[in-house]
Write a protein that binds this ligand. Structure first.
Ligand code: HEM
Length: 274
């Protein structure tokens, strides 16, 4: 066996290396610039890194839902805390992208055609898992049966907030049946019984400590999600001003509108009433 002078193995003819394990050949071969312009590499990598982090966010969110559904809140808290930390990372990524000027972006924007983050499959999966259901995006994935099925499945399934509300009901709070039996294909709408339940949790935190912790973890996730949306919108304004997006939307005006959507509205509403 070959050993370097520090006793570290250097003979990997038979064994798996770091690169084999991580499939780095595939991963590092996936940056195929179309324009030949220097800054396109940054543009591709920032999207790919964001998509990798989104993969982990989904993995953690799905596990957290399973844990909440089985009344096992401690592991769910750990998973939700991890989601927030990842969100912090992808928000910081905007600082790297903001080093790209409008002039640099214009060098390769034409090569993108109609491709846009609007078509990000995993971003929609995250929104669906958080309970924000936008049926108009489903058609984008019709050309890929597997993706379309996976997205439809998330679209038709209850999300993280449904799991939290069911947990409120199991903990003895009176939640309207309309909410508990709601159609998961619709986005969650603010409900008075859910608001009352959260209010009680926040008014008596020692008694409802676990639910209080759950609520704050959800607020963290929505807070970071909004910060991500805000930084995206501002970075886009910095780079393309008020031009239309490659996906065909009005651009910054569309991204500002999306900011109005709240995932867990009652958890924000109660803050004015405590
Ligand atoms: C120069 C950089 C970027 C520009 C100019 C840009 C521009 C835009 C615009 C204008 C939209 C609205 C849809 C459209 O008309 O295309 C959009 C949507 C979106 N972009 Fe970006 N973007 C950039 C970087 C990124 C990055 C790094 C990500 C990370 C994955 C991303 C993810 C998304 C997502 C998920 C949407 C959908 C948002 C929603 O519908 O709520 N974008 N982008």
């Amino acid at each position: 066996m070959d050993q370097s002078e520090h006793g570290i193995r250097t003979d990997f003819k038979e064994d798996m290396t770091y690169g084999d394990y991580l499939h780095l050949e595939k991963l590092l071969d996936a940056q195929q610039e179309l324009s030949g312009h220097h800054d396109e590499t940054l543009f591709i990598i920032i999207h790919q890194v964001s998509e990798l982090w989104m993969k982990l966010i989904l993995h953690e969110l799905r596990a957290a839902i399973r844990h909440i559904d089985s009344d096992d809140l401690q592991p769910a808290f750990k998973q939700l805390a991890r989601v927030s930390k990842i969100q912090e990372q992808i928000i910081k990524a905007w600082d790297v992208l903001a080093t790209m000027t409008p002039a640099e972006y214009m060098e390769f924007r034409g090569a993108l055609g109609n491709a846009s983050g609007f078509q990000s499959f995993q971003y929609r999966l995250i929104e669906f898992t958080l309970g924000y259901k936008t049926p108009h995006v489903l058609a984008i994935y019709e050309k890929d049966e597997k993706l379309h099925e996976e997205l439809l499945d998330a679209y038709r399934s209850p999300g993280l907030y449904d799991a939290a509300i069911r947990k409120l009901a199991r903990s003895g709070f009176t939640i309207d049946l309309d909410v508990l039996d709601r159609d998961p294909e619709e986005s969650h709408e603010s409900d008075a019984s859910v608001e009352e339940a959260w209010k009680e949790v926040y008014r008596n935190t020692p008694r409802h400590w676990e639910l209080y912790q759950l609520a704050e973890k959800l607020v963290d996730i929505e807070d970071w999600m909004q910060q991500w949306r805000f930084r995206h919108m501002k970075t886009v304004e910095r780079i393309i001003g008020f031009k239309k997006g490659t996906g065909g939307s009005s651009g910054v005006s569309y991204l500002k509108r999306v900011l109005d959507h709240s995932f867990f509205p009652e958890l924000w509403a109660i803050r004015s009433e405590l």
